[in-house]
Design a protein around this ligand. Structure first.
Ligand SMILES: [Zn+2]
Length: 420
């Protein structure tokens, strides 16, 4: 859904622009330009900016300085996100990218810390950077001689905008920075999932207030941010709840075991495959080679979307072998259920093949993750000889299991266990 392109990288972190950003940049330039006279007036009285209003409002100057201030603001946003990202990286969390979009910036982490101290440090780092950028802009403003009205306008305005940005982000509206700080404090004395739910409830309440305030003020940006905060708070709370629910659940617990799996052979025709999908109401089949020496070897996975690539009239002429996916995403049976969910989401796929390593000693010789985690590094490799297919895990398996765990009250159980 996010259409973005890369514009460069800083400290090895790709910086991307979302297409919505291209709408908001001219909008900000326009908004700043159209209020340049009022804003300059305020800057003159509060900071003694000494801006010549006649000069700054003449010709294209409002739009030129409006654009410069808008660009400067987004540079400040990138630095803010870098503050979060570099702090997170220091704790060993990998950073995917920083993306500028409609509501500013987002730093994408592949995982979030659950240690409240780390979360606190990562969350507060962005606003601290914004304050520093504001102070830096103010220092530059004071050394810019009177007479350079454009530069004095942009720098003094950026000083105020960056401080305001830090203050706004510190609103305790989870998942904004202030809300994450709040969760970090709550998590000191409660289980992480409970802290998240409480922070998310406060976040949603503040989002509603923000939305109402935005409506009264006819402030579309504020209404948009309110919507975003509300939705993001709900989805992150749900994800954390799921993680807590699946705390002691492994892939083996919720997968469809190999014995119950419907499989196909590579030489099955696509027409026959589609017929089977229809009658068995399955949309994905592991492909098992039952010929030759490798009796029962897993060679691929074939799904409905693979079959759809072939026109109905040609389906008799093609076999499963020709359309199946051989680049298989596998997961070991003893992995956490949550790892399976994250991997499906990450690769945007509906199912993972569950394999059992035949020689467990091999696992120990594999290099560990860069952060020194003890997660088996074997999870990300290609299937090899000696891997036994023990099952299949799909999104619907996961959702059904989540439903059961929640309704049976196991979530509450695991929370009390953690609290002890
Ligand atoms: Zn932030």
């Amino acid at each position: 859904m996010l259409r973005s392109f890369r514009i460069g990288s800083l400290f090895g972190i790709p910086i991307k622009l979302d297409i919505t950003f291209l709408l908001v940049l001219p909008l900000f330039a326009y908004l700043i330009g159209s209020q340049i006279s009022d804003v300059s007036d305020i800057l003159n009285t509060t900071l003694g900016a000494g801006i010549d209003i006649g000069y700054i409002t003449s010709g294209v100057n409002p739009w030129l300085f409006g654009l410069a201030a808008a660009l400067g603001l987004f540079v400040g946003v990138v630095l803010h996100e870098l503050g979060h990202s570099l702090t997170a990286r220091r704790y060993g969390f990998p950073i995917d990218s920083i993306t500028l979009w409609l509501f500013g910036g987002v730093a994408s982490f592949t995982e979030m810390p659950e240690d409240w101290r780390q979360e606190f440090a990562i969350s507060i780092a962005g606003p601290i950077v914004s304050v520093l950028v504001g102070v830096g802009s103010f220092v530059l403003f004071t050394v810019t001689p009177v007479g350079f009205d454009g530069a004095r306008f942009v720098l003094s305005y950026l000083a105020i905008l960056n401080i305001a940005l830090a203050a706004f982000n510190m609103l305790p509206a989870f998942p904004m920075d202030g809300g994450r700080v709040l969760r970090a404090f709550l998590a000191r004395s409660r289980p992480y999932a409970q802290a998240t739910q409480q922070a998310a409830s406060i976040g949603k309440f503040l989002a509603v207030l923000m939305g109402l305030f935005g409506l009264l003020q006819f402030n579309i940006i504020l209404i948009g941010i309110a919507f975003f905060v509300y939705i993001a708070a709900s989805s992150e709370a749900q994800q954390v709840t799921m993680k807590a629910a699946f705390q002691d659940v492994t892939v083996a617990d919720i997968m469809t075991p190999a014995g119950n799996l419907h499989t196909v052979s590579p030489e099955t025709s696509v027409a026959e495959l589609v017929q089977r999908m229809f009658s068995e109401r399955h949309t994905g089949y592991p492909v098992i080679d039952t010929s030759g020496f490798d009796n029962g070897r897993l060679v691929g996975l074939v799904t409905l979307s693979d079959a759809r690539e072939i026109k109905p009239v040609e389906r008799d002429a093609y076999t499963v072998e020709e359309i199946m996916t051989t680049d298989l995403q596998t997961i070991s049976a003893d992995s956490d259920a949550m790892t399976a969910i994250e991997r499906m989401r990450e690769h945007n796929i509906g199912r993972l093949l569950v394999v059992e390593r035949q020689s467990p000693t091999q696992t120990q010789t594999q290099p560990l993750g860069t952060d020194g985690s003890t997660e088996p590094a074997t999870e990300l490799r290609e299937p090899q000889e000696g891997d036994d297919l023990v099952g299949l895990i799909s999104r619907s398996d996961v959702m059904t299991a989540f439903d059961i765990v929640q309704k049976s009250g196991a979530v509450g159980l695991s929370q009390t266990q953690r609290a002890d």
